[in-house]
Design a protein around this ligand. Structure first.
Ligand SMILES: Nc1nc2c([nH]c(=O)n2[C@H]2C[C@H](O)[C@@H](COP(=O)(O)OP(=O)(O)OP(=O)(O)O)O2)c(=O)[nH]1
Length: 223
């Protein structure tokens, strides 16, 4: 049995771009690196000297090509991701926005695509997303909590399930965007190399969390 004991944390961000009118969310297909072959929001590590808000806005511009005004950018919550036998937890600051500027574009790491709320590809996302993403879409944020992810047995990871990608151009919310569709030849990779082991996620009644302690409780709130 593996251990979920953590000793420290790294700070990361995750940005959700939502079209309330059309009931759609912009996700990116991660082409490489950590979480490859999964659909996710945009984000990554916060750099030294950056606030989480600055880091989230930078990653959104790098990965999807769009910018968001500060007043349209809100913290939806914090999740502490814990990985089996890894003492470093990922304190992930989740932001949401309903407005953006610029032209959505693909980059070498992420391929953006809009999904209607009823068509979110949860079986090609991190397994915990189906628990907390609806909280954001239903306005049940801010939230906080922790998520325990266990490594999949090696025999369950199918390396050669490469997706087939088709490119097309579509127009959405006055933005003409080149979109690509993904289909999988055989059984598709599900939730990457991790499975959800356990979680505790709660609606934050006291305010917007600024930091989560290593035990998953809120350490401080945004003022
Ligand atoms: N939706 C979701 N995202 C997760 C989970 N676990 C997890 O680490 N992430 C996110 C947080 C980050 O946005 C991303 C991992 O960040 P990363 O450090 O690998 O980012 P990156 O490859 O883009 O690296 P960089 O740009 O910072 O160099 O994955 C999860 O269970 N669900």
């Amino acid at each position: 049995m593996g251990s979920f004991t953590i000793a420290s944390k790294k700070v990361l961000t995750l940005v959700l771009v939502i079209d309330k009118t059309e009931q759609k969310i912009l996700l990116g297909y991660k082409k490489r690196g950590f979480g490859a072959h999964l659909w996710n929001g945009f984000g990554g590590k916060v750099e030294p000297g950056e606030t989480t808000r600055e880091g989230a806005l930078r990653e959104l511009e790098e990965e999807a090509g769009i910018t968001v005004k500060s007043e349209d950018f809100n913290k939806a919550g914090i999740l502490l991701f814990q990985f089996e036998n890894d003492p470093v937890a990922l304190e992930t600051h989740v932001y949401k926005t309903y407005k953006y500027q610029g032209q959505i574009r693909e980059c070498e790491e992420m391929r953006p695509q809009w999904f209607t709320f009823t068509d979110i590809p949860y079986d090609q996302m991190w397994e915990d997303d189906r628990i907390w993403l609806p909280m954001v879409l239903n306005g049940q944020d801010p939230f906080y909590g922790r998520v325990y992810l266990k490594r999949k047995p090696v025999e369950d990871i199918k390396e050669d399930e490469a997706p087939v990608v088709n490119t097309s151009t579509s127009t959405h919310a006055n933005h003409s965007t080149t979109m690509t569709e993904t289909s999988f030849t055989t059984s598709q990779p599900k939730s990457g190399p991790f499975v959800l082991w356990d979680y505790q996620i709660e609606h934050s009644l006291q305010g917007v969390p600024r930091e989560v302690a290593l035990d998953g409780t809120i350490a401080s709130f945004e003022s």
